[in-house]
Design a protein around this ligand. Structure first.
Ligand code: PEP
Ligand code: MN
Length: 364
């Protein structure tokens, strides 16, 4: 389902941008000095385009630092005055949104917990109506692309055109390497459904730990994301929230130096010619694959009829185990990924059994 929404490219509200959209700043604003000291260092790096600072913090358990509240908006205004960087914060209800708009913040974002609630998103959208705010929408905590799209639609419906989606990962069910596991399939689905919606990545909340930020950020660029939101703090180890995942502005710069930025096209005819040639080889192989699958289907049907005539079941578990073992071994010897081969043959076999039972259940 492709939605045609009137959404602006990032350049429409940030005309001087010539690189990926990099947003950085503390998870939480803690003091005016922390906010400004962090901003001054970030502003020296011309790759940073927007300053972020959480003012109202959604904490999973009560009792942790819940943000400095409205006073933080004044600090954000000072950051903008002093550094010239556009500034943004998270809004999670109507009152936050009213205050953030009144303070004239450049960017508002809806957090992952809020995106998961259509009531909250609608409440925020109703306040946004009539403004020309830039609104960023994080993915919901659960990997539900419809819910993510629904939030984009609610914000778009009230007339907001400056919208950006943020992939910040999804809540895992058990302990995993990352705090929130990335799910690129969901991101690709969002891109397919709303092709003109810019999508950036928040590696900080995916990673949970500084050491993973680089690999996730590189993957985001490899996947064609248009930017990053990375948490940074003048003294990360003393941060009042998310201490383990924030970078000093200097370390952020070092990470950016290492990242390879990728673009949708290379604007290079030689590259395009070679890519076209390789793609036509892939197209030819895919059509051979489909023809072979079709020949396989014919044989499967013949087996189905033969089994029916002889009152034999559609599924023979021994044959299935042997087949799978053999295909995995052959796959291994051909350097194919084992999980891929398994899933592929599960699908093929499931469909063979389906066809055979259909033949058995048919009248003739
Ligand atoms: C944040 O950006 O600080 C934050 C709380 O993010 P999320 O909504 O992704 O958890
Ligand atoms: Mn955070």
């Amino acid at each position: 389902m492709t939605l045609k929404l009137d959404i602006n490219p990032i350049k429409a509200w940030l005309p001087h941008i010539d690189n990926p959209l990099l947003i950085s700043g503390p998870c939480s604003l803690e003091t005016e000095k922390q906010a400004l000291d962090t901003a001054r260092l970030l502003a020296k790096d011309k790759r940073v385009f927007v300053y972020r600072g959480g003012v109202w913090k959604p904490r999973t358990r009560p009792g942790s630092f819940e943000g400095v509240g409205s006073i933080g908006l004044e600090w954000l205004k000072k950051v903008r005055e002093e550094t010239g960087l556009p500034v943004g914060t998270e809004v999670a209800n109507a009152q936050h949104t009213e205050e953030a708009l009144k303070a004239g913040l450049d960017v508002l974002w809806i957090g992952a917990r809020s995106t998961a609630s259509p009531f909250v998103v609608q409440e925020i959208a109703d306040v946004l109506k009539g403004s020309d705010a830039v609104v960023m929408i994080k993915n919901p905590v659960n990997p539900d692309v419809q819910l993510w799209m629904g939030a984009v639609e609610r914000v778009h419906q009230v007339g907001i055109k400056n919208i950006v989606a943020i992939h910040r990962g999804f809540t895992p069910f058990s302990d995993t390497k990352y705090r929130n596991y990335p799910n690129w399939k969901t991101v690709i689905e969002l891109r397919r459904n709303i092709p003109n919606l810019p999508i950036i990545c928040d590696p900080s909340h995916i990673a949970g730990k500084r050491e993973y930020l680089y690999e996730i950020s590189q993957k985001a660029f490899d996947m064609g994301m248009e930017g990053l939101m990375v948490e940074s703090h003048i003294d990360p180890s003393c941060a009042l929230s998310d201490a383990g995942q924030q970078l000093t502005p200097a370390d952020l710069g070092k990470m950016l130096d290492k990242l390879v930025i990728r673009y949708e096209t290379a604007n290079n005819p030689e590259f395009e010619t070679r890519l076209d040639m390789l793609r036509s080889r892939i197209d030819a192989i895919d059509s051979e694959l489909l023809e072979m699958l079709s020949s396989r289907v014919e044989i499967v049907k013949e087996i189905g009829k033969y089994k029916k005539e002889n009152n034999v079941t559609a599924l023979q578990i021994n044959r299935w185990s042997q087949l799978m073992e053999n295909r995995i071994n052959v796959g291994n010897s051909l350097n194919l990924d084992e999980t891929f081969v398994k899933i592929l043959f599960q699908l093929i076999h499931e469909d063979s059994v389906r066809m055979q039972t259909e033949i058995m259940d048919s009248e003739d």
